[in-house]
Design a protein around this ligand. Structure first.
Ligand code: ADP
Length: 619
């Protein structure tokens, strides 16, 4: 029976889950179970008969100093001793194994200590689990997200720092309280609904909703809720991770707004816009581009640009190089040549004007091309019309000139007859002829002579064509001298003094320059004051023109007449000073034909200064 019992106990000790070593009263090993061998990493032969202190070597995990075996104390005092924390066993192969143990004396029936029994276990796995748990606890604690657990009734069981930060309540305020405290007022039934799903074992991921923080502030959150199961797999609560997405939502909505603004801008631009990718394939068309090309954005996207934006030269009708190709090749902004026609999808032609520019990221990489173009069909038509009107106008002007010339020329001949025969008649009149008949005839002669003078000036005016004779370099000193020659008699009669500075050489029509000087000097003498006429001619150089002037000390011109006098037939005087009112009109026409301007500066009674300009490129 005793034998049987011993066998039974031995088997029991051998099968125990912990390591067991028993010793005799001296501490020599009498029994080791399998678990002990495996923890010690030793075979039974390595151990049998050895003193336990040889085998069971332990040290403090932290200080690494040898720890005294508790065995001696147990054997001596008969007390049960437990090991301190952080004890590691140095196994047979030198490995360190964290253990947990107790040593108890074995007493005989007489109470005498017969030996000791060491019970210990390898706690490596437990340590790892503890470590993992600490790590997880730290993660939960320091997470930016709120990590909360609650039981099946929605009572908060844990509440981390993230939750405190996001919702404003501390763990003390929330643990043991219902989670609905943080429900947003308009979402009170949301939480029970979520709990129902959790009870069914479902999980909720990245669910965006709103909660109310302490003080009533609403917080946008993204929620992930998972069920917590007990060992039997029954749902006993829920863990939830809530992330504050207020910022994220704000930037998301800002981004959406920005995108919308760009879309609206793109769609409302009055020009056609097509963008392409970096291979020159259409990325999008705005509504104006859709209308101009006849292509819908949806059907055009992805096609090569030249298919959607087909362009030819208006005159040669050859295909023009697609601007996108050039932009992608050269990375620069290009404009279309003039006279480009866009062929629409249904074959119509539109005159367009456009430019293409690269779309870049940073300074180098070209993402694609943006093409901006507009329909200039109407502008081109207007231009053409303007051009043809100008041609018509020029023709009409020439016709009118020719008419004036012909009229003036042809009218002079019968007029000469009127003058000649009236003068003849006057000479043939007998002495008995009445005075008033004579006077009438004199008026006829005078009128006819005046008309002849008018026709003569009209003829001169109509003969100022364009610069038919190509302008040559004219020494204006010489032109002035010739003008004064032909005015010699008038100058002498009026006792006038005409002086001039040194004048420049200009590119002009020689004869016309003489005529301008002649008219101006003649007027300066004709429209004299009481004083003897003094006339001075000079020229100065401006940035882009020569400005000539003819200044006199004559009667001057009132300001209100200073533009009028340049018009045809406009005079400020009657017959007392002969003239046709055409001189200044002729001068103006000549100077304008040379690209210059004509004007006067005068004070009544203080003389006048007539100015005309000639562009420098005419030199
Ligand atoms: P005409 O001398 O044949 O009348 P113009 O066209 O040369 O015609 O001159 C137009 C008018 O301008 C003249 O009738 C005169 O009243 C005024 N005028 C021209 N030159 C002068 C001048 N130097 N001083 C004052 N008045 C002038």
């Amino acid at each position: 029976m005793a034998k049987q019992l011993e066998e039974y106990l031995r088997t029991a000790l051998a099968s125990i889950g912990d390591a067991v070593i028993s010793t005799d009263a001296e501490g020599r090993i009498v029994f080791v179970n399998k678990v002990a061998l495996s923890v010690l990493r030793a075979a039974e032969d390595d151990i049998r008969g050895k003193h336990v202190d040889e085998i069971f070597r332990i040290q403090n995990e932290l200080t690494r100093s040898r720890v005294e075996s508790p065995l001696a104390k147990v054997l001596l005092e008969g007390a049960t001793v437990g090991l301190a924390n952080h004890t590691v066993l140095i196994a047979h192969d030198g490995a360190e194994v964290p253990i947990d143990n107790s040593v108890a004396p074995i007493r005989g029936e007489d109470g005498v200590v017969q030996g000791a029994v060491l019970v210990f276990r390898d706690i490596t796995a437990r340590r790892k689990a503890e470590l993992t748990q600490r790590l997880l606890a730290a993660i939960v604690e320091f997470s930016d997200d709120a990590i909360i657990s609650k039981d099946i009734n929605g009572i908060v069981t844990s509440w981390n720092k993230g939750a405190e930060r996001i919702f404003g309540y501390t763990a003390e305020e929330m643990i043991g309280k219902p989670i609905v405290i943080i429900a947003a007022p308009d979402r009170v039934d949301e939480m029970p609904r979520i709990l129902d799903r959790i009870k069914r074992g479902e999980r909720l991921e990245h669910y965006e909703t709103v909660r109310q923080a302490k003080g009533g502030r609403l917080v946008d959150i993204s929620l992930t809720v998972s069920p917590i199961h007990d060992e039997q797999g029954k749902v006993i609560g829920a863990s939830k991770i809530a992330r504050d997405i207020t910022e994220q939502l704000r930037s998301r909505s800002e981004l959406a707004e920005e995108r919308e603004r760009l879309r609206v801008t793109f769609n409302s631009i009055g020009d056609g816009i097509i963008t392409t990718d970096n291979l020159g394939r259409v990325a999008c068309l705005n509504p104006v581009a859709e209308q101009l090309t006849g292509w819908q954005n949806s059907e055009a996207v992805g096609r090569p640009l030249e298919e959607v934006f087909k362009i030819i030269n208006e005159d040669s009708r050859q295909t023009v190089e697609n601007p996108a190709t050039k932009v992608l090749r050269e990375g620069i902004i290009v404009g279309l040549a003039n006279h480009t026609l866009l062929i629409t999808k249904d074959g119509h032609e539109r005159s367009i004007d456009d430019s293409g520019a690269p779309i870049r990221v940073g300074s180098d990489e070209i993402l694609g091309v943006v093409l901006v173009f507009r329909d200039v069909t109407k502008r081109r038509a207007d231009e053409k019309e303007r051009q043809s009107r100008a041609v018509e106008l020029r023709r009409a002007n020439e016709d009118l000139n020719q008419f004036a010339y012909a009229a003036a020329h042809d009218l002079r001949e019968p007029l000469r007859n009127v003058v000649n025969f009236s003068q003849l008649l006057l000479r043939q009149l007998g002495a008995d002829t009445r005075d008033d008949t004579r006077t009438s005839l004199k008026f006829i002669v005078e009128g006819a002579l005046r008309m002849d003078m008018l026709l003569n000036d009209l003829l001169a005016y109509s003969q100022i064509g364009g610069l038919e004779k190509s302008p040559a370099l004219v020494d204006t000193n010489d032109a002035l001298r010739r003008a004064l020659d032909s005015l010699k008699i008038a100058i002498t009669e009026a006792d006038a003094v005409v002086t001039s500075d040194d004048l420049p050489a200009v590119l002009a029509n020689d004869g016309q320059m003489v005529q301008v000087f002649q008219n101006l000097v003649s007027n300066a003498i004709k429209y004299r004051s009481q004083a003897a006429p003094r006339v001075h001619i000079r020229a100065r150089k401006d940035d882009y023109e020569w400005i000539f002037s003819v200044r006199d000390n004559g009667m001057g011109i009132r300001p209100e007449y200073q533009t009028l006098i340049f018009q045809l037939f406009k005079r400020l005087h009657g017959r007392e000073i002969p003239g046709t009112g055409l001189g200044l009109a002729i001068c103006t026409k000549i100077i304008e034909r040379h690209g210059g301007r004509f004007w006067v500066s005068s004070q009544q009674g203080e003389g006048s200064e007539f100015f005309f300009s000639l562009p420098l490129q005419n030199e």
